[in-house]
Design a protein around this ligand. Structure first.
Ligand code: ZN
Length: 200
């Protein structure tokens, strides 16, 4: 299945100062588009254009670095745009997900501290996550384009800690960006949908 660049699910200026229109224009229109274009070329070269995105990611890991990086980054960014929403973040979390955060991650405050620490300590480019593994939520971090799919887990929430995600708005202050993501940007409804799918 060919990769396609999705539209942003909100206006470029919808996230206000927490993530500027300039950041979203570069990040979506340039960076994500490049993953889509390169991924389509490399998937065609590898003869796997008919496979699902998830299969391409799992099968190319460790054997075709170019295809893996572009396919995984396409997957990560498709979700990343939906993991944010205007007036998002904070503690208004749908009930089942909130109960799992309490049971598996030690409650909201511990989730926030551990998620931010995972993002802040990911050396260089990468992502921090809530992932579902063996029926439980856990906090993870991964380098570059890697994601929980190749670790036997399913992403439920992810934050992009590549500099292209925050350098315009926060310069080198990655922890400030992570705090704004948790307090003001997380789309908990979308996160809860992925949690329900992963739990089914
Ligand atoms: Zn990115």
């Amino acid at each position: 299945m060919a990769f396609e660049l999705p539209e942003l699910p909100y206006a470029y200026d919808a996230l206000g100062d927490y993530m500027s229109a300039e950041t979203l224009e570069y990040h979506h229109d340039k960076h994500h588009k490049a993953y889509v274009d390169n991924g389509n070329k490399l998937a065609a070269d590898a003869g796997v254009s008919g496979d699902s995105l998830e299969d391409i990611i799992r099968n190319s890991h460790g054997s075709n670095a170019g295809l893996f990086n572009n396919a995984a980054q396409h997957y990560n960014h498709v979700h990343f745009w939906n993991w944010m929403a205007p007036n998002g973040g904070g503690t208004s979390i749908p009930g089942n997900l909130e109960a799992a955060i309490n049971a598996d991650l030690g409650g909201y405050d511990k989730f926030k501290a551990d998620f931010m620490a995972a993002g802040a300590t990911q050396f260089g480019s990468g992502w921090c996550w809530i992932a579902m593994k063996d029926g439980k939520l856990e906090i993870m971090k991964t380098p570059n384009g890697e994601n929980p799919l190749i670790h036997g887990a399913v992403p439920v929430l992810g934050c992009d800690v590549w500099e292209h995600s925050y350098y315009i708005d926060y310069r080198n202050a990655r922890p400030k960006y992570l705090e704004a993501f948790v307090d003001n940007l997380i789309n908990w409804e979308y996160t809860a949908q992925l949690f329900e799918q992963a739990s089914a």
